[in-house]
Design a protein around this ligand. Structure first.
Ligand SMILES: Nc1ncnc2c1ncn2[C@@H]1O[C@H](COP(=O)(O)OP(=O)(O)OP(=O)(O)O)[C@@H](O)[C@H]1O
Length: 213
């Protein structure tokens, strides 16, 4: 499904990523600073590898030798960070609709009503974003990501910064997304309990090395 074989470096730090994602949910686990976010940023296209290739369902997203580098907005990959990025001047419903409108009707994968129901956002729709708790804001950002109709969802430590109660509230939503949609997801975390809850195939990254062989 997703095939990565690339290298990237910051000044002192090298990434060597060579893996193939075949399961619906892949977890990438590693210590702080091991390169997890950097790998995701190369996949989504906000960073560009120096060498190698990235393809998803046989569509080449990046190919160094062939000079192919599909821009982020054409990759159809959504990235959710630990801090939700929402439009502060819009309410929850407007934030959701904004994402939905970016996608042509014929290309839409999820119904707004279904996402609202899935993430239990019904009672929050009229709220301004600054009136949401951290966990509620994260649910809205997950909803927005789904409504952008991605082919692949990347989650970068989406529960970090939330207290245990909120973690326990949100983690089941990822499981629901896994079960109710067939959306492929890469889930980056330090926490093995989240990985086992999601029953995800797991790869370990260590000092920039992420290999499945
Ligand atoms: N913009 C940057 N410029 C230079 N070095 C960077 C930059 N961003 C990250 N790094 C370095 O690259 C390495 C990998 O960082 P990255 O954020 O990918 O790690 P991570 O595994 O996601 O860490 P964490 O779990 O703490 O979020 C670290 O050594 C970090 O200091």
């Amino acid at each position: 499904m997703l095939k990565c074989n690339f290298q990237f470096h910051y000044n002192q730090f090298n990434i060597h990523a060579q893996f193939e994602m075949t399961d619906q949910v892949l977890a990438i686990v590693g210590a702080s600073g091991s390169g997890k976010s950097t790998v995701l940023k190369n996949i989504v296209g906000v960073l560009t590898p120096e060498y190698g290739e990235i393809s998803f369902r046989n569509r080449i997203l990046f190919h160094h030798q062939q000079g192919i580098n599909i821009p982020t907005y054409q990759r159809r990959i959504a990235l959710i960070f630990q801090n939700p990025l929402l439009f502060p001047h819009l309410n929850v419903l407007q934030n959701l609709k904004y994402a939905e409108k970016l996608v042509e009707k014929s290309q839409r994968k999820f119904e707004l009503n279904h996402v609202v129901e899935l993430l239990e956002l019904d009672h929050l729709l009229k709220r301004k974003v600054n009136q949401l708790s951290g966990g509620e804001a994260q649910r809205v950002s997950i909803g927005r990501a789904l409504l952008s109709s991605p082919d692949l969802l990347l989650l970068d430590e989406p529960l970090t910064g939330l207290d245990t109660r909120l973690k326990n509230q949100i983690l089941p939503f990822f499981k629901t997304i896994k079960i109710q949609t067939n959306l492929p997801m890469i889930y980056v975390t330090h926490h093995l309990d989240e990985v086992s809850f999601l029953e995800a195939h797991t790869l370990t990254i260590s000092r920039g090395y992420l290999k499945d062989i």
